[in-house]
Design a binder for this molecule. Structure first.
Ligand code: ATP
Ligand code: MG
Length: 362
């Protein structure tokens, strides 16, 4: 029997629509070829351009629709030229994360063979790990509440709660388990913190250890965030699943994207108990918007993560398999190098790069 999934689509700003449209087309092609699942896509407005026109960045109706969807696809939002009155950039994606309590920011880091990267990798070992960034508290907790005292002192609060941390670590170990079952990774979960200096991180680590004790089949360890930055460069193949606080995850995930050889290759998922958003790590790239040269691969890889997640959550194996096929098609195109966009050193347009993926799937 065919299961139909409702997908909320945020086209966003800048290159957003240019990378979203071919991605949705690929998903439609995959669904059309499957008897097991289908999609209904609903495009909803939000973002900087919408704010400039209508005075709101995330309309209540858009958020309400996203709440009822089975999954959310988001390209990129925000434009440097459009700002709130206090001077900060429009970031409805952060509001969505908060509103839907998407605590697990999942950032896979894979080095695809053939892709030039800043590291001259000595080993033959594949680099394939996942960084999970807690996305609702940590050092971002007091964001928006200003505590600057008489232009002399400024404070931020680091918040770690048992409730969120337990969910986060449960998620991390579950992911390590499923990766191990799929023959990827070595069944290892690393808690990245700064427990030697901060009580909040010692608490974070304690909750991690409690969850680790429930998984004798997996390996667990800890690393300080500073050492982790070093090891991500020195021996990135040694990691499997890493889990960390919001700010550390923010920084390390950019390092991860750098390791992969480009922002245009880095997908992400923000996952909660009942909702999930899939979006590339990059921004709206206003400098190349409208030129038809944006790299669609990070968006397509994010859509592949959506297929994995929906397929696993709803027991639709064909969908999870299509997620793997879609990712493998992108990786094959990267290795082949004929159909990659300029940011990766090729000459393909957005449409040509996406068409090459469609061709590999058929
Ligand atoms: P944000 O604050 O939203 O993360 P940002 O200021 O970090 O945005 P991006 O929009 O991610 O910046 O762009 C950074 C650079 O990478 C720009 O030069 C942009 O053109 C390039 N870039 C980002 N995404 C892509 C893409 N998909 N294809 C090609 N180039 C990209
Ligand atoms: Mg950025």
């Amino acid at each position: 029997m065919t299961k139909t999934f409702k997908i909320a689509v945020f086209d966003g700003d800048g290159i957003g629509p240019e990378i979203m449209h071919p991605t949705v087309a690929l998903l439609k092609t995959l669904a059309a070829a499957s008897a097991d699942y289908d999609f209904v896509f609903e495009t909803v407005p939000a973002g900087a351009a919408h704010y400039a026109k209508h005075g709101e960045s995330l309309p209540a109706a858009s958020l309400a629709m996203a709440r009822t969807a089975d999954a959310i696809l988001l390209s990129a939002m925000g434009l440097p030229s459009v700002r709130y009155e206090d001077g900060t950039e429009i970031s409805p994606q952060i509001e969505i994360r908060k509103a839907l309590n998407l605590y697990a920011g999942v950032r896979p880091v894979r080095i695809v063979p053939g892709q030039p990267t800043p590291l001259a990798l000595r080993g033959q070992e594949p680099v394939d790990f996942v960084l999970i960034r807690e996305s609702t508290e940590g050092l971002f907790h007091s964001q928006g509440t200003r505590d600057v005292r008489e232009d002399a002192e400024a404070y931020e609060t680091l918040k770690i709660t048992r409730e969120t941390s337990e969910k986060l670590f449960r998620f991390a170990f579950k992911l390590a388990q499923s990766r191990k079952a799929a023959g990827r990774g070595n069944g290892r979960v690393t808690c990245v913190d700064k427990a030697n200096v901060f009580a909040a991180f010692a608490f974070f680590r304690k909750i991690f250890d409690e969850e680790a004790a429930r998984h004798p089949d997996l390996t667990s360890d800890h690393a300080y965030v500073d050492a982790t930055a070093l090891w991500m460069v020195e021996k990135p193949w040694a990691f499997d699943v890493m889990v960390t606080e919001n700010m550390f995850g923010d920084i390390l995930s950019d390092l991860g994207a750098g390791l992969m050889g480009g922002l245009g290759l880095a997908p992400s998922a923000d996952i909660g108990d009942d909702h999930a958003v899939f979006q590339p790590c990059h921004g709206s790239a206003p400098d190349i918007a409208g030129d038809g040269i944006a790299n669609p691969f990070a968006m397509i890889l994010s859509a592949a993560m959506m297929l994995d997640w929906l397929g696993a959550a709803h027991g639709v194996d064909a969908m999870a398999r299509d997620g793997v096929r879609l990712r493998e098609a992108v990786e094959a195109a990267i290795t082949d190098r004929n159909d990659v966009t300029r940011d990766l050193g090729g000459t393909a347009s957005t449409a040509e790069a996406a068409a090459a993926i469609a061709a590999r799937l058929s």
